[in-house]
Each structure stands twice: as structure tokens, then as C-alpha cells.
Design a binder for this molecule. Structure first.
Ligand SMILES: Nc1nc2c(c(=O)[nH]1)N[C@H]1C(S)=C(S)[C@@H](COP(=O)(O)O)O[C@H]1N2
Ligand SMILES: [Mo]
Length: 257
């Protein structure tokens, strides 16, 4: 019985990866507004289906032997802002993570403070929408614990991740990388703010000093170079209003694997 269920879960997961990959590859398709709204409905449906079928299930975890010998870096691999370069040159001792928005106790945490908090380690597979995967070991602070410490206000619905890289240079500053997740994913046990990868400090190419791991979603959700996390009631006021850099350019907000 349980074997059947496991297998079914696997099949559902595989189907969804395929549909997510197929969709994001079709840039021409998402240009049309009507197609976009149809896709939004389909996306809501697949999120609800996945949540209903999988509940709070964990993403698969692997063993040390499965860790990929090379883990490709994608997107920004070296933020070029003066602020980031200063942080990097000081080995991130002057960097701080801002925790704010709809919280009772806004906080600023240094890397040393984050590393001193109870951590979770997980070996998981990262799936990029461009069609490559890699297995890595991540260690970091469970996001739920941090949010509990900050105290979410009752209006909070989403957690936004602000990043230190301006992916697309524009005059209006609309090209900063950012991401967002809802509270179900924010409090999922495998959602962590990772400061280490494969047992070492996170490298710059992989998002130093801190990145998000939200293991049931695709690569572009895994925001690197975090500068702040913000609790908000809705996403429409931020940048393009779709909850993420790539989402504002047509990708799905819920990128379930
Ligand atoms: N800040 C930031 N986060 C980011 C990106 C980026 O360009 N900037 N790229 C995303 C994409 S598309 C992927 S696949 C992963 C790549 O993570 P890696 O460089 O550790 O492989 O980071 C994601 N997070
Ligand atoms: Mo990606």
C-alpha cells in the first residue's frame, strides 16, 4: 500500500516538473495576456493539487555519496554593486540580514548570529528550469524559526526575499532580483536560509553569504545574495507585482517540482 502511494507521488512530481519546464521554455506563449491568465488559473490548480496530494511532504533527501562533484552556478555569479563588493572584501562581517515588514519585532542579524542559531542540513536536488539538475548539501536556519522569533502580524501572507544583485540594469531600478513564497512554504521544515554548501561557507557564485532553499520548487525560487526578508500582505506593490524577478518576466510564481 505505502509503496503504491510513494510511486504515485513520484509520478505526480515528475509530471509537474515536466510541465513547469515546458511552460517556462515557451517565451512566445506567455507574451499573450489571454494565455497568461489561462496559465495563471492552471498554475493555481497545480499548486492546490500538489498541496492536496502531497500535503507537508518533504522533498527527497539524498546521501553524501549522491552529492554532485560539480554544481553549476547560474544567473548572477558575482554581484557587481559597491555595497556587495565591500561586504565580500570584509568576508561578510559587515553584512546583515534585515527581517522586516509585517512583523512585531524587526531584526538585523549578522552572519555570525545566523550561524550560531540551530541549523538544519539537507542533501537535495536543485532543478533549474533551463534543464539541468545538481545535488548539494545545504545547511542553514529554518525560515519558520526566524519568522516565529520576529512574530508575524496577522495580515502577513507572503515572505519576500530581497537580493544584492541587480540582474538587469535599468534606470528605474526594476531589475533587482527578488523572490517570494507563501506561508505554507515559509514554514515547511526544509525551507532554510542556507549559509553553507557541502560543508563549507557558501561561495560567492552560489549566493554568499546567505541564500534561500525552498526544496519543493524550481531553481529560480532559490534566491541568492539575500539582504533582507520582508513579510507582506500582498505582492502587487513590489516591482512588477508578480512576486519575483522571473515571475515579472512570465515565469510561474508557484514553481512546484
Ligand atoms: N539573487 C539571485 N538569485 C538567484 C539567481 C540570480 O540570478 N540571482 N538565479 C536563480 C536561478 S535561475 C537558479 S537555477 C539558481 C542557481 O543557483 P546556483 O548558482 O547556486 O546554481 O539560483 C537562483 N537564484
Ligand atoms: Mo534556474
Amino acid at each position: 500500500m505505502s509503496r503504491i502511494i510513494t510511486r504515485r507521488r513520484f509520478l505526480i512530481g515528475a509530471t509537474m516538473t515536466a510541465s513547469a519546464l515546458g511552460l517556462a521554455g515557451c517565451d512566445a506563449l506567455v507574451e499573450n495576456d489571454r494565455t497568461k491568465s489561462v496559465l495563471k488559473i492552471a498554475e493555481g490548480f497545480s499548486m492546490k493539487t500538489q498541496r492536496f496530494l502531497l500535503g507537508d511532504a518533504l522533498a527527497r533527501e539524498f546521501t553524501e555519496a549522491d552529492i554532485s562533484p560539480t554544481f553549476r552556478a547560474n544567473g548572477t555569479s558575482m554581484p557587481d554593486s559597491a555595497r556587495y563588493i565591500d561586504w565580500m572584501n570584509q568576508r561578510f562581517s559587515s553584512w546583515k540580514l534585515e527581517v522586516g515588514g509585517l512583523v512585531d519585532r524587526p531584526m538585523q542579524l549578522s552572519l555570525a548570529e545566523l550561524k550560531a542559531l540551530p541549523a538544519r542540513t539537507q542533501i537535495t536536488r536543485h532543478d533549474c528550469v533551463e534543464g539541468w539538475s545538481a545535488i548539494g548539501k545545504w545547511t542553514g536556519v529554518p525560515l519558520g524559526a526566524l519568522l516565529q522569533a520576529a512574530g508575524l502580524k496577522s495580515e502577513a501572507r507572503f515572505i519576500v526575499f530581497h537580493c544584492a544583485d541587480e540582474y538587469e540594469k535599468t534606470l528605474d531600478g526594476s531589475g533587482w532580483y527578488y523572490e517570494s513564497i507563501d506561508l505554507v512554504d515559509a514554514f515547511h521544515p526544509q525551507t532554510i536560509l542556507a549559509h553553507s554548501m557541502n560543508g563549507r561557507d557558501l561561495e560567492v557564485a552560489h549566493g554568499a553569504p546567505l541564500r534561500l532553499r525552498v526544496e519543493r520548487q524550481l531553481g529560480y525560487k532559490q534566491a541568492k545574495y539575500l539582504t533582507g526578508i520582508e513579510a507582506v500582505a500582498d505582492l502587487s506593490q513590489l516591482y512588477g507585482g508578480n512576486g519575483g524577478f522571473w515571475e515579472d518576466r512570465g515565469y510561474e510564481w508557484y514553481a512546484g517540482i
